[in-house]
Design a protein around this ligand. Structure first.
Ligand SMILES: Cc1cc2nc3c(=O)[nH]c(=O)nc-3n(C[C@H](O)[C@H](O)[C@H](O)COP(=O)(O)OP(=O)(O)OC[C@H]3O[C@@H](n4cnc5c(N)ncnc54)[C@H](O)[C@@H]3O)c2cc1C
Length: 448
């Protein structure tokens, strides 16, 4: 049910209705916990952002009943290769072959991830969240301030029509993203480094199929010294993001169309849909909880995108936290169960932050083998004249990137991995409905 009026009191207040906040909402509803989600934006995010969904988060989406919808919404793109090239239309420098082969049968098993952009996932999660009577989802509503006593949280909410509301809740979950005002209001510091760089993310429309068809994959690293960056293919026929370094020029926006053309080096005319600024960090919150308020998703950690672990880690946190809160609210566990959220999830976020950062550093090895070139024609000549020894070195540097793409994130021995009949039935799904739960989620489950 979606209502535009805020109740004065609820059991759980969720601040932020991005992908992680909406996952929290769907899971709370499945456990019968009445709650309110306030989301500042009035519609789902338009930029594709996250796209790599690993096995464990997909298993959680299966529990939520949206896994198959997400798989169906995923663009038709095979995850065969990661490619390094001078420009998309220029010389290829190398490829990492990601096609897994079953050693016994020689067949190719299921792909290790689902590649579905965030701007397709979010509306699916929203559609699921608003369907439940336990949920009140209010878009265009911002949490301005939060205070708490020993048994209540009190939040000031400002709605886009100018009205102000007070909502009390037994618990609050801050899913308000990397710049989380709730985290700051709680006085929780981020530990780590950042910003590591400054990027422009250019979302554009173009049919890139002719340049991608024989080497399908989600990422093309463009090494053109005149316009380097990362091309993320979200939908080969139409939707892509080019992530380019920010130059810090006054007229920077005006240089972007030409830089994009230089990076692509093809005849297709890209139509730019949006340009956003973005800076990667490698940071984890020093605490995941203060009193009755918990951090989840990007509010709790910021990773470089190398590894695609940000959203994945957030969805797993949502599952762990909701399971604990729902048990406490059902009087099935003492409140001390909630202390385990931080000790279970914070080490996983730290490991995933480190892995993402290491991936970023390792990428530099490929450029080091090639060396510095002044311009595109210099790079093309350099690539054409690579010696056999240099080619072997390059091959090793590319092979060293494999973990970057195959690492599924670190999983603590959580009490709440979504893979048992018990868990599924508690979430309102029978084993028969389990359908396509991935096997990876069915491993290393210690049991409650
Ligand atoms: C280029 C790029 C590629 C990426 N690729 C991947 C990938 O492949 N895989 C992956 O796992 N991750 C990836 N990520 C990271 C991923 O996008 C984030 O981890 C994810 O969006 C986090 O979700 P979230 O819900 O925690 O935060 P957000 O998506 O930031 O959502 C937070 C929400 O809170 C709302 N909000 C903020 N303040 C308030 C307030 N005071 N009151 C009410 N609402 C508020 C915001 O409007 C927003 O909707 C990528 C990121 C980028 C930039």
């Amino acid at each position: 049910m979606q209502v535009s009026e805020l109740p004065k009191a609820t059991r759980v207040l969720v601040i932020g209705g991005g992908p992680v906040g909406l996952t929290v909402s769907g899971l709370l509803s499945r456990r019968g916990v009445e709650h309110v989600v306030v989301e500042r934006r009035r519609e789902s995010q338009r930029a594709p952002a996250a796209h790599v969904l690993r096995r464990r988060p997909m298993a959680i989406f299966d529990v939520l009943g949206v896994g198959d919808a997400i798989r169906s919404a995923a663009p038709r793109l095979r995850m065969d290769y990661i490619t390094w090239c001078t420009t998309l239309g220029g010389s290829e420098i190398g490829r990492l072959d990601l096609r897994p082969v079953d050693r016994v049968t020689g067949e190719r098993p299921e792909e290790p991830w689902t590649n579905c952009p965030q701007n397709r996932v979010e509306p699916i999660l929203f559609g699921e969240a608003v369907r439940h009577p336990e949920a009140t989802i209010v878009r265009g509503a911002e949490c301005d301030a939060i205070a708490q006593s020993t048994d209540r949280v009190l939040a000031q909410i400002r709605v886009h029509d100018g009205t102000k509301h007070e909502v009390t809740a037994r618990w609050a979950i801050a899913a308000d993203g990397a710049s989380s005002a709730t985290r700051r209001a709680l006085g929780i510091e981020m530990r780590g480094a950042g910003p590591l760089a400054r990027f422009r993310m250019v979302h554009f429309e173009a049919d890139l199929r002719p340049w991608i068809e024989t080497r399908q994959g989600p990422i093309f690293w463009i090494l053109n010294p005149e316009s380097p960056g990362t091309l993320i293919v979200h939908d080969p026929a139409r939707s892509h993001v080019f992530m380019m370094p920010q130059l810090g020029l006054d007229e920077e926006e005006q240089t972007i169309p030409a830089r994009l053309d230089n990076a692509l080096g093809i005849t297709a005319q890209p139509k730019i849909l949006s340009i956003d600024a973005w800076s990667p960090h490698v940071q984890v919150a020093e605490r995941y909880r203060r009193g009755r308020v918990f951090l989840v998703g990007d509010a709790a950690h910021r990773f470089p995108p190398t590894g695609g672990l940000g959203l994945n880690t957030g969805v797993e946190e949502a599952y762990d936290l909701v399971t604990r809160i729902a048990d406490v609210e059902a009087n099935a566990a003492p409140e001390s169960l909630l202390d385990g959220y931080e000790s279970a999830r914070q080490p996983a976020a730290r490991t995933n932050a480190d892995a993402s950062f290491e991936n970023l550093l390792k990428l530099g090895e490929i450029s080091r083998v090639i060396g510095a070139c002044a311009d595109l024609s210099g790079l093309e000549r350099r690539v054409a004249l690579l010696t056999n020894e240099e080619r072997e070195h390059l091959g090793r540097a590319i092979e060293a990137q494999r973990g970057h793409f195959l690492f599924d994130g670190w999983h603590p021995e959580e009490r709440s991995a979504p893979n048992t009949t018990h868990e599924l039935s508690r979430l309102g799904r029978t084993p028969d409905e389990r359908g396509s739960l991935h096997d990876a989620a069915a491993t290393d489950r210690p049991g409650d």
